[in-house]
Write a protein that binds this ligand. Structure first.
Ligand code: PBG
Length: 329
C-alpha cells in the first residue's frame, strides 16, 4: 500500500499513538550500575577522565547499593581500584580472602542482600604491568597460568557471596574451567556473566585511569587476547564457545559502536545478552554535555534504548543511576 493510503506520519501525530506503537522500552530494571571500590572510610576519589564518576570506599559503595535498590536497578557491577601496594607480578592480592573486593562483596551483600552483585574477574587491577593476565619473559599473556589465577579469584569472590562472577579477560577456555571449579567448590548458584565478545577497544581508556592500570600498561596493548575491532563472525564463535562452556549470560563490549554485533549475538543464540556502555562512551557523552553541545539526559537515554533495540537484555552503564532517576521523574 502506498501513499496516500499509507501515511506513516498518522501514527506519529500524537503522543498516544506514538506510545502505543513503541517497540522498545527502557526501564530501571534493564540497567546495571557500575562502581569502582577503593580503600578508606567515607572516602571518594574523582576519576579525571570520567567527570561525575568516583572511586568509592566500601561504606560509600554500600550507600550506592541502597540508591540502586531505591530506584529499581537490579544489580551492581563492582570493579576494584586497589592501591599500588596491592599490585604484583602474580596478582596474588586478587584472591586474598581479606582483599578489597572480597571485603566489599561481603559488606554490600550484608546490607543489601536483594541487590545482585557482579564481581569483575580479571587481573589487570592487580598486576604490576596492567595486563589482564600473567606474562612470560617476552610479555606475552599466558593462557593457562592466567586461568589458574582467575579460578582463585573467582572462588574467593564466590566465597564472599558474589552473585555473578564476570570474567573480563578473554583467555581461551576460561568459562569452562571456572564453571567446573565453582561446581566442585559447591558454588552451584554462582552465575557466570561472560565477557564473550570483548573488543580491543580504545574506548576503555578512562576505565584504565579509574583502576590505575593505564600508567603501568604503558604502550602495551591487549590485542593478543581481546578481539580485533574489525570482526563480527569471530564474535559469534566466542559467544558459542562460552555458552557451551557454561556461561549463564554473555556480553558484548563496548556498546554503542558494536550494535551490529549485539544484534547478531542476540538473534543467533537467544541468550541473556548484556551490553556494556563503557568508560569512553560515558566520557564522550559527559564531555559534550558539559560543554553544552549535547542534551545529556536525551542523548544518554537515546543511547541506552538503542542498545536495547539492538538486542541487549541488560546494560552495564556508569549512567545507570542517573538514567533510572530520569526514567522515574
Ligand atoms: C579489564 C576491563 C576493562 C574494562 C572492564 N574490564 C578494560 C580493559 O580491558 O582494558 C573496561 C570497562 C570500561 O571501559 O568501562 N579487565
Amino acid at each position: 500500500m502506498s501513499y496516500p493510503a499509507t501515511r506513516l506520519r498518522r501514527m506519529r501525530r500524537d503522543a498516544f499513538s506514538r506510545a502505543l506503537m513503541r517497540e522498545t522500552s527502557l526501564m530501571p530494571s534493564d540497567l546495571v550500575m557500575v562502581a569502582f571500590v577503593c580503600e578508606g572510610v567515607d572516602h571518594r576519589e574523582p576519576v579525571a577522565s570520567m567527570p561525575g564518576v568516583e572511586r568509592l570506599s566500601i561504606d560509600l559503595v554500600q550507600q550506592l547499593a541502597g540508591d540502586c535498590e531505591a530506584v529499581g536497578i537490579p544489580a551492581l557491577a563492582l570493579f576494584p581500584a586497589p592501591g599500588a601496594a596491592a599490585k604484583s607480578d602474580d596478582a596474588r592480592e586478587a584472591w586474598n580472602p581479606e582483599g578489597l573486593m572480597q571485603r566489599a562483596i561481603r559488606a554490600v551483600k550484608q546490607r543489601h542482600p536483594g541487590l545482585g552483585l557482579i564481581g569483575d574477574v580479571a587481573l589487570d587491577p592487580y598486576t604490576s604491568h596492567g595486563q589482564d593476565g600473567l606474562i612470560d619473559a617476552t610479555g606475552y599473556v599466558m593462557n593457562e597460568p592466567t586461568i589458574e589465577a582467575l579460578v582463585r579469584q573467582a572462588l574467593a569472590q564466590a566465597a564472599a557471596g558474589v552473585d555473578f562472577v564476570a570474567p573480563s579477560d578473554m583467555m581461551d577456555g576460561r568459562i569452562g574451567v571456572l564453571r567446573s571449579a565453582l561446581e566442585n567448590a559447591g558454588h552451584i548458584h554462582t552465575r557466570i556473566l561472560a565477557y564473550s565478545a570483548k573488543y580491543a577497544s580504545a574506548f576503555y581508556g578512562p576505565f584504565r585511569d579509574a583502576v590505575g592500570s593505564s600508567g603501568n600498561l604503558g604502550k602495551g596493548g591487549k590485542h593478543t587476547y581481546q578481539m580485533d575491532v574489525a570482526n563480527s563472525d569471530e564474535a559469534l564463535r566466542e559467544v558459542e564457545l562460552d555458552i557451551a562452556e557454561g556461561a549463564d549470560a554473555v556480553m558484548v563490549k563496548p556498546g554503542l559502536p558494536y550494535l551490529d554485533v549485539l544484534h547478531r549475538v542476540k538473534r543467533r543464540f537467544g541468550m541473556p545478552t548484556f551490553a556494556y556502555q563503557v568508560s569512553g562512551e560515558y566520557a564522550m557523552l559527559k564531555a559534550a554535555s558539559m560543554n553544552g553541545w549535547l542534551d545529556e539526559k536525551a542523548v544518554v537515554l537515546e543511547s541506552l534504548i538503542a542498545l536495547k533495540r539492538a538486542g541487549a537484555d541488560a546494560i552495564l552503564s556508569y549512567y545507570a543511576l542517573d538514567a533510572a532517576r530520569w526514567l522515574k521523574a
